[in-house]
Write a protein that binds this ligand. Sequence first.
Ligand SMILES: Cc1cc2nc3c(=O)[nH]c(=O)nc-3n(C[C@H](O)[C@H](O)[C@H](O)COP(=O)(O)OP(=O)(O)OC[C@H]3O[C@@H](n4cnc5c(N)ncnc54)[C@H](O)[C@@H]3O)c2cc1C
Length: 400
Amino acid sequence: MSGYDVIVVGAGPIGSTAARYAAMHGARTLMVEDHSSIGSPVGCTGLLSTRAVSECDIEPSDDFVLNSVRGAFVHPMNGKILTIDGKKTKAYVVSRKMFDRRLAAMAIDENVELWLNTRATGIETSGRKQKLSVVREGRPEAIEANVIIAADGVRSRIAKMTGLGNVKKILPGIQIEGPYHSDNSDFVELLVGSQAPGFFGWTVPVNDSVSRIGMAVDPEYCTNVFQVLEKLLTRNTHVASRYGGGKLDLVMGGIPLGPLENTCSDGVMVVGDAAGQVKPTSGGGIYTGAVCAKIAGKIAAKAAAEEDCSAGFLLEYDRKWRSEIGKELAMGMRIHNFIGGLGDDELDELIASMNNPTILETITRYGDMDHPSKLIKKMLHPSRSMHMIKVFRAFAKAVL
Ligand SMILES: Cc1cc2nc3c(=O)[nH]c(=O)nc-3n(C[C@H](O)[C@H](O)[C@H](O)COP(=O)(O)OP(=O)(O)OC[C@H]3O[C@@H](n4cnc5c(N)ncnc54)[C@H](O)[C@@H]3O)c2cc1C
């Protein structure tokens, strides 16, 4: 049986980052990936904040960046569009396939061994060495490591098998890529209210004539996301008049909301979507997952070096990632619950009240895709006008 310091299950962006950090900190690291190709199939819109890209230690480049975005047109049900202009590049639209491959290549550069077409099927944890059963290119095999990092996505098999469980709330998401005439390809469009119940819909321009059009919904308010997307594409006057028909790509996936209560046990750590380290306001998981993956990789290497892989030792990972992003995720969850519970009229009213030069200026200055709490705190600062405080009072009551 071959032995490693660290084995990472899943070569998505978060697995590759965790593996790279483990290797950079001296661990002999193996990463196993179920699929035979990195970055495929894709389950993502590929809208990454500039901070998310730099958190992954990459410079934006034409290899994976398809477009840059500086703002959003928010479309409520009453059709009165709110324009939020960040005035400079706030996010990139990326090819997730190329992005994921870049991260995997960076891991390999740090001497991470990568086995494709290898599915983890079982795990036995016992003190210093953990045994992972895999099916590698059709043949069963067992491998050992001091620490196993589960980066195997939203329905993590490893987290489930080790008793850490899976995230309880998963929003179904669906997206197509297709011909779409954007009014301005520097802006995404966000469609809120009952056109995407409980979450939101989007059009994200790849260029002037092609966009990714999709939505995620809250299963509490909507049971058939396919139908709702079809309705958006064909009956929403704004979208239908710009959509050229046909689908170049169809993406489906689940967005986990709310992190696991516990993300480590003896010899095992859970990271990324598997751990629910995703922003509940946007469903984005690359920035938050990368922050946590770096911590996980580093602590896994330390545990292997010190030959202590007990849950008590690995708990440092849990503590550290929660101190980095835990509060932001918790507030994001409260914002999600509050907004999701508003009726169309209330949401129309909230959005209309934001259509005010002072508020828009504050959003431009302090709006942050990765840290929405920064903006909320600015909005509620006593120096702000009574109008702003009034607008956000109910909101603040619910989320702070
Ligand atoms: C519709 C949709 C749109 C999204 N848009 C955005 C966006 O615009 N921006 C953003 O930041 N986030 C977005 N997300 C979220 C983002 O895609 C995830 O947060 C991100 O992919 C998480 O990365 P990960 O590495 O944790 O998991 P994944 O990317 O899911 O990777 C997990 C990997 O583990 C492998 N695996 C699973 N089980 C096993 C096994 N047993 N053995 C071996 N390998 C296994 C899988 O094949 C996969 O390669 C979106 C999600 C959805 C569903």
